[in-house]
Ligand binder design. Sequence first.
Ligand code: ADP
Length: 287
Amino acid sequence: MTLASAVDVTRRYGAEIALAGVSLDIQPGELIGLLGPNGAGKSTLVNLLAGLRRPSSGTVTLFGGDPREPARRQHIGLTPQETGLPPTLRVGECIDYVAAHFDNPLERDEVLTRFGLNGLVKRQAGGLSGGQKRRLAIALAFVGRPRLVFLDEPTTGLDVEVRHVLWDVIRAFHAEGGTVLLTSHNLEEVEALATRVIVLGAGRILADDTVSAIRGLVGVHRVSMASTPLPRLRGVVSTSESDGRLHLLTPDPDQLVRDLVTATVPFRDIEIRPTTLEEAFLQLTAA
Ligand code: ADP
């Protein structure tokens, strides 16, 4: 059963078109990374699927019905924006407050432990650091034992250690059968977590596939080496230099190596690898 879907959805804000004919569906067990530059429409799409806003046209469903009905929303988890945390409520009270909205919530202690919030239980939400607020916001998304979780930029602004703790929590939820849609600017995060990537640009879906297929869409490899300046080589789509190494993007790395040898280029430490998601993403959204 499809958990959530959008069919030809458009959303306008006045004259601004935030989404222009977006269709997608979310199946149980998926961990989807929604990628796109600022203003691409990621938050708008999440808000429509989670029933926080209505589409201007097209149809959005959640568990087969209208996402705005409370009965549907019982089974989703959502990270509230930081400003949504009541500043005078303590961390433990925030968890209890959210738990009260659900039939079978997680125990408070389990939430505190899973998200490393034990030491903060008596602290007021308003006094938490930015990173601590984010951690609490993400924890709150899981309190109601959701089947589907929407995480909007979950780890932006968090240090690496905390980010990895949260990745583990997301992975564990997914491993237990949970479904996740996360938006991120952090391509490393999407690469590390997602089973499916949707690239959004200017309100449209530019690509919707597995991480490796999205990389493959761009169809180039990166060939790096230590070398003196190179002659002109066939098929090289871009050349850059960093840390004393040259990096060439090419659709045919085998041919490039043959050409380097034929031209007797004195290269050392050659490394060939598929394009990263970041490189693919930059090409897809460059238009
Ligand atoms: P993203 O999350 O990818 O940064 P958004 O969904 O926030 O993108 O925004 C998509 C577009 O819609 C942007 O051009 C943004 O300015 C516009 N937009 C988003 N929310 C509103 C709003 N409440 N009022 C007016 N315009 C909005």
